[in-house]
Write a protein that binds this ligand. Structure first.
Ligand code: ASP
Length: 426
């Protein structure tokens, strides 16, 4: 049952509500607000807190660090489960399956190239003037006892099991999986496939819990940044958002041009007939949830052959996250520019390679790209503690890149369908 704040005001006149009742009501109210709304509220409150507290607001960066640590712990397991699951469940074979990997790889490569070019030309992070980490472990240690708690949060899922004395880390993992599996305890597991599915689903459930903390992380990060650095960073973030949208727009134009010259489909008609899928991708931020809608739109409305529609929208969708790859590469460059680190050509090549892998592991679910980004940063030696800055804008950019991920699937399906439309008897 949903409570409204009014319920509690009325209660107050009859029998005094306990504090816990009021808290439950507030939490219930909070949860009815969509995630983006909660993030915007957190952003505004964060700015106010930062202005009021000044450099004292640095301690508020702790929830951001917590979220980052949890995301980092989840990343390798999520990538592993997503890729194993994809290969186990995908129907590979037939002549189209030979063309598919080439198309996917080319599209992702172009996406990353577009992203890196735009980020190199516009340089959104230039002039942000970040000098020191937002909240280094040391400063948090000195300022906040929560840091001790934070230190016990596992950095990886298997780490605490292998390290001596990391009992608290083991307990964290046990509680998380115990809770995630509570409702699954009677689920029969007959095949290895079921086991992998259950593992992936549990990880996604845990990821949703972490995402619920994101607004608090945003509040703390924004407060600590405003308190310490003022508003320069937000100008840079604004330019970053515009740069990513521009790069995604270029990628979309590339898809449409390729469709125009490589298939019988007219780009305008594709946009019209496939708009349900694109709108759904933007509103759910999940290309996996959108998959059935993409498939139906391509097959029934655009009129592609069943096989091409399923190869692009169902098979390709598992591997193909061009929007995510582009975003990961741009984010790495953005942060490097903000802290004044010049990335060499080799490092940028490394970003290309890791972004490809990270995008495959993004599993088509909301915010998954943010999880796998820790891997890209680590590969080129960028400090991951800056990733929380991106939390403030990720809710919006996630939607944009998901729409491009889905458009990429449509592009592949159209190209696989070729220049000759299938003749269907009426
Ligand atoms: N949300 C994206 C998708 O579903 C993945 C990502 O976070 O980039 O395709």
């Amino acid at each position: 049952m949903q409570h409204s704040l009014l319920d509690f005001v009325d209660d107050n006149t009859i029998n005094r509500p306990t504090t816990s009742k009021l808290c439950t009501g507030l939490i219930a109210q909070w949860q009815t607000i969509p995630l983006y709304g909660r993030i915007i509220i957190a952003l505004v409150l964060g700015v106010i807190a930062g202005l009021l507290l000044g450099s004292e607001a640095a301690v508020l960066a702790v929830p951001g660090k917590l979220v980052l640590r949890l995301l980092g712990a989840l990343a390798p397991a999520l990538i592993l489960a997503a890729i194993v699951h994809t290969f186990m469940t995908t129907q590979l074979g037939g002549p189209l399956a030979v063309r598919l990997p080439k198309l996917l790889l080319l599209n992702t490569f172009v996406a990353i190239l577009v992203g890196l070019t735009v980020a190199n030309v516009i340089q959104p992070g230039q002039g942000a003037g970040l000098t020191a980490p937002i909240a280094s472990t040391e400063t948090v240690h000195a300022a906040n006892p929560l840091a001790t708690f934070l230190e016990n949060i596992p950095k990886s899922l298997l780490g605490p099991l292998a390290d001596d004395g990391k009992v608290i880390g083991v307990i964290f993992i046990a509680v998380a999986f115990g809770m995630a599996l509570r409702h699954e305890r009677d689920r029969p597991l007959e095949t290895v496939g079921h086991l992998v599915e259950l593992f992936l689903e549990s990880l996604i459930k845990i990821l949703h819990w972490i995402i619920a903390v994101v607004p608090f992380a945003v509040f703390g990060i924004v407060a600590s940044i405003v308190g310490r650095e003022g508003f320069a960073l937000f100008k840079a973030l604004g330019i970053f958002v515009l740069s990513v949208v521009l790069a995604l727009g270029i990628q979309a134009a590339y898809y449409l041009v390729r469709i125009r010259f490589g298939s019988w489909v007219r780009p305008g008609e594709l946009l019209r007939d496939g708009r349900d899928a694109l709108v759904m991708a933007f509103s759910t931020a999940s290309s996996t949830a959108t998959m059935p809608v993409t498939y139906a739109a391509l097959k029934d409305r655009v009129g592609l052959r069943e096989q091409s529609a399923s190869m692009g929208a169902l098979v390709g969708a598992n591997f193909n996250n061009d929007g995510t790859a582009l975003y990961e590469a741009m984010a790495a460059l953005f942060i490097a520019q903000m802290i004044g680190v010049d990335l060499s050509v080799q490092q940028q090549v490394m970003i290309v390679l890791t972004s490809i892998i990270a995008s495959v592991g993004a599993a088509g679910i909301p915010e998954a790209g943010l999880v796998t980004m820790t891997m890209v940063f680590t590969a080129v030696g960028l400090p991951v503690q800056y990733i929380p800055i991106l939390l403030t804008v990720d809710w919006f950019l996630d939607r944009c890149r998901t729409a491009i991920n889905v458009m990429g699937d449509m592009n592949v399906s159209c190209l696989l369908d070729g220049k000759q439309k299938e003749h269907r008897s009426p």
